[in-house]
Design a protein. Structure first.
Length: 228
């Protein structure tokens, strides 16, 4: 449970958002998003056993939110007297260490309102206060709010991927908006290990051995090429 001070700060942030806070510098929609799945080697408690929905910004930065860290609060419980927030009873998620008391959102829409990052098919990431305000006032069917977000400077994530810190999966909306997120990391980690094992020990027929055929290379974890 967050401290009283953090709760009060988040309450003030919500009030500011509802009052149409000052715009922040964010990016327009860009390439489709993907999942970063923390490998067991990541011991930093912020990202240990996390699944992060991320999108590439035009300036080369990578931004996203952790999708499997629900908190014990909802927007309705933070400001119980606010009629606009009364319907938002789903848990507020911890999105990452950047702007921990900021309010951000992931939602599904064919046409996204305001400024947002494209995070796959009809999934969008809203980091811009006026866009979050629009979602609060006119929420789409699939909408999830996050306290804080995750971010990598240009080139930073590429270095972490080269170091082997993350598995990469193609993002999908069903996983993003799953009600029970407690097993997402285990499922994706198991899938990644299975694909790695198949790549390390590919099946070979007697005929191909006799012909000296070379085993196929390892497939991408996502089934498609990972983000560049």
């Amino acid at each position: 449970m967050r401290s009283t001070g953090a709760r009060a700060a988040l309450g003030l942030l919500l009030a500011a958002v509802l009052a149409l806070g000052a715009p922040a510098a964010t990016a327009q929609p860009t390439d489709r998003g993907f999942f970063l799945v923390a490998k067991p080697s990541i011991v930093d408690p912020t990202f240990q056993r996390t699944v992060v929905l991320v999108a590439n910004a035009p300036d080369g930065a990578t931004l996203g939110v952790i999708i499997n860290r629900p908190t014990q609060q909802s927007l309705a419980s933070i400001l119980p007297g606010n009629p606009t927030l009364a319907k938002f009873t789903e848990p507020l998620y911890f999105g990452g260490p950047v702007e921990r008391v900021g309010l951000f959102a992931v939602f599904r829409a064919q046409e996204a309102p305001g400024q947002s990052l494209h995070a796959g098919d009809d999934v969008h990431l809203a980091l811009h206060p006026p866009t979050v305000e629009q979602l609060l006032l006119k929420p789409p069917e699939h909408l999830r709010f996050f306290n804080g977000y995750s971010g990598w400077a240009p080139g930073q994530l590429a270095n972490e991927l080269q170091r082997g810190d993350w598995w990469v999966f193609e993002a999908d909306a069903d996983t993003v908006f799953r009600k029970d997120t407690s097993t997402i990391w285990e499922e994706l980690a198991r899938r990644a290990r299975s694909i790695t094992a198949q790549a390390d020990h590919p099946p070979m027929t007697g005929r191909s051995r006799a012909a000296g055929s070379r085993a196929p290379g390892p497939p991408a974890v996502s089934g498609r090429p990972g983000p560049q």
